[in-house]
Design a protein around this ligand. Structure first.
Ligand code: ATP
Length: 358
């Protein structure tokens, strides 16, 4: 069988993005032969430094090459200026829009050896809800000061497609578990989160539509549950092992993702994927970390896991599982850990160790 060719855009961005994206590339190169994959990488630019150099945080070429030539991409991080800079806006937010990457997928996982293992993924709707940014401020008609209001928009179409992708992810995670990656779960479970007891129309539509999408026969092996978002936060912190796949509207998903990341010790461990129909961008959850930039102490695991996650969405589950096993073996052994994990290893030593384990 001929090798499958995959063209991958590499967008390191700013700060430690430049130190960790090469790790993602090295890991992809290392598994290519065993999984009959042929990677062809293309270097692309975006970020605050690109903005300072060119006046544009997301050059047209980057978008064009991704759209027309690539199968997927790895995105590092972008620095956010502390004060408003005229003309600058986040390139990753723009990319999600331009490529219609409607799902933000964040797995949060510990290794099997910790006392209370966690293995969950948050699937956040990425295009609507309060983030449509339709806000206005006006003077109260009774003269008692200003009033600000925002639109929360939920559509059947977006709710249906996010719930469907959550169902697909649940099935795929089971397939990966069946290949020998440890887990606390024995069958796929999707938990729909909402606040329809208060927001009966918007969250009510999300809940109902997600239920309908997940009742499709292709998801007959997936158990479906639902939970009000505030009670989910409580349970997520007390009993995170109860969750497998959580599907959420944009705002709740945003908050839950950061909260869940806190459960595993370091931002340097948590990957994400921005997923649309036919395209995926792997992206570590951390930012550009200016405090540790250039010191070779950044943890490369979030970036390596993001490369694995990208492969998973490109249909290469076995290769993704192999990467995850190598990462877990590095963490379990604990011999070569970066400083955020309590170790002394430099970025390249952690990468070397993971490459050896592949
Ligand atoms: P930005 O402005 O780009 O969001 P930030 O420093 O506000 O940057 P993060 O980059 O997410 O936000 O970093 C938060 C903290 O976590 C920092 O102290 C940073 O050093 C640490 N951190 C983030 N990523 C890593 C990593 N890969 N390895 C080690 N430490 C990390």
């Amino acid at each position: 069988m001929a090798a499958r060719s995959l063209r991958i855009g590499l967008i390191p961005g700013d700060g430690i993005g430049r130190e960790v994206i090469p790790a993602g590339r090295q890991v992809l190169e290392a598994i290519s032969t065993s999984f009959k994959l042929k990677f062809d990488f293309v270097d692309l630019y975006a970020g605050f430094e690109t903005f300072q150099q060119t006046g544009n945080a997301l050059p047209d070429r980057t978008v064009k090459v991704l759209k027309e030539e690539c199968d997927g991409a790895l995105f590092g991080a972008v620095s956010s200026p502390t004060t408003k800079v005229v003309g600058y806006s986040s390139p990753i937010v723009a990319l999600r829009k331009k490529l219609d990457l409607y799902a933000n997928v964040r797995p949060v996982k510990t290794t099997a050896t910790v006392k209370s293992p966690i293995d969950l993924v948050i699937v956040r709707e990425n295009t609507e809800d309060l983030y449509v940014k339709e806000e206005r401020t006006f003077e109260s008609p009774d003269g008692k000061g200003k009033i600000a209001e925002a639109i929360k928009r939920i559509s059947e179409r977006a709710s249906h497609r996010i719930a469907s992708i959550a169902g697909e992810i649940a099935l795929r995670r089971q397939k990966i578990r069946d290949s020998g990656v440890h887990s606390v779960h024995s069958r796929p479970l999707v938990t729909i989160t909402h606040k329809s007891n208060v927001l009966s129309q918007t969250d009510g539509l999300f809940r109902e539509t997600a239920r309908t999408a997940l009742s499709h026969s292709s998801f007959s092996d997936v158990a479906v549950d639902e939970q009000i978002v505030d009670s989910m936060v409580y349970k997520l912190f007390r009993q995170p092992s109860a969750y497998d796949v959580i599907v959420a509207p944009n705002l709740y998903g945003d908050i839950l993702s950061d909260g869940a990341a806190a459960l595993v010790g370091s931002l340097g461990l948590v990957p994400s994927a921005n997923v649309g129909d036919g395209f995926v961008i792997g992206e570590p959850c951390h930012g550009s970390a200016p405090d540790i930039m250039g010191k070779s102490v950044a943890n490369p695991i979030a970036s390596i896991r993001s490369a694995g996650l990208m492969l998973e969405f490109l249909g290469e589950e076995d290769a993704a599982a192999k990467i995850e096993k190598a990462v877990e073996s590095n963490l379990d052994e604990g011999r070569l850990l970066s400083p955020d994990m309590g170790g002394k290893a430099r970025t390249e030593e952690v990468v070397e160790d993971i490459l050896k384990k592949l």
